[in-house]
Design a binder for this molecule. Structure first.
Ligand code: SF4
Ligand code: SF4
Length: 275
């Protein structure tokens, strides 16, 4: 089964995956496994890199993860192909897929499976792509050979903790950009000061693992989905040009158009620009 997966993934640019027994995972949502009829078996953790050339745009004003279309769409397409193919090839076993809403503690499981280390910023840091990855997994009732490792933490250089503005501004910047409704004058100033209309990558940007991955070029995703339809600098004009389908494919859609529009208008009214 692992050879089958390796072939399937390599045809799609996926090179960072590893199995771990469910019995070695911390199960956080058992009902998701029960619903799939799987009580024991293996989780195949998949790290999907998303950093593109557009993320290097110095004028980027949204978080790197929001530059491409939303990763849930990627996993949906992947699982729609992969799960029936697995069921056909291995009819004696059950298969299901998760991304985001997972039955297991994903970061810990990925580290135990050997995909990377856990950073002080609580993210999984992979060798090639640093922390610019999305995690998902295929869960199967099959027991696969696994090389479970001890969880390794990063070197604790402290750069992410030092650079994080949360303490200074009294809230997480990413959460603030996603807050619905009116912003206070102080909140508006914070968003303007940090220049992000959506999200915050500060703790990832300052990490030496990210700097190394950018310098070597290994950080860039080989997966075409994330290269297509990128938006590095969002404006109200670009936003207005997205029809409802295109808008719903974007990570910044989940708080509605008004939230991201409100943030963009802050920048545009400050600069008197309407790009
Ligand atoms: S997203 Fe930004 S503000 Fe929030 S915890 Fe991370 S570095 Fe700090
Ligand atoms: S910046 Fe330093 S402490 Fe933070 S995750 Fe990276 S290596 Fe670890």
């Amino acid at each position: 089964m692992l050879t089958f997966l390796k072939n399937f993934f390599s045809q799609r640019g996926i090179d960072c995956f590893a199995p771990i027994l469910l019995s070695d995972c911390r199960i956080e949502r058992p009902y998701l496994l029960e619903r799939a009829g799987i009580t024991d078996g293996t989780a195949i953790l998949i790290a999907i890199p998303y950093y593109t050339a557009a993320c290097n745009d110095p004028k980027r004003n949204i978080s790197a993860y929001a530059v491409s279309r939303d990763y849930h769409g990627f996993f949906k397409e992947l699982f729609n192909e992969l799960l029936p193919a697995l069921s056909k090839a291995f009819p004696q076993h059950r298969f299901t897929g998760f991304a985001d809403h997972s039955p297991i503690a994903e970061v810990e499981a990925a580290a135990k499976a050997g995909l990377g280390i856990i950073g002080k910023n609580h993210l999984l840091i992979t060798r090639k792509y640093s922390s610019y990855i999305f995690l998902g997994e295929v869960v199967t009732s099959a027991i696969l050979p696994c090389k479970t490792q001890d969880v390794l933490d990063c070197e604790n250089c402290g750069a992410c903790i030092k650079a994080c503005p949360a303490e200074k501004i009294g809230t997480c910047l990413s959460a603030l950009t996603q807050k619905k409704g009116e912003l206070t004058e102080a909140e508006q100033k914070i968003i303007l000061q940090y220049g992000s209309a959506w999200g915050c990558d500060i703790c990832q940007e300052v990490c030496p693992h990210t700097k190394r991955a950018i310098a070597s070029g290994s950080i860039f995703t080989p997966i075409p989905y994330f290269e297509e339809s990128t938006i590095s600098r969002l404006t109200t004009k670009v936003l207005d040009e997205l029809d409802e389908d295109a808008f719903s494919e974007r990570a910044f859609s989940w708080r509605g158009r008004n939230t991201i529009r409100r943030n963009l208008l802050l920048f545009e009214s400050e600069k008197g620009e309407k790009e």
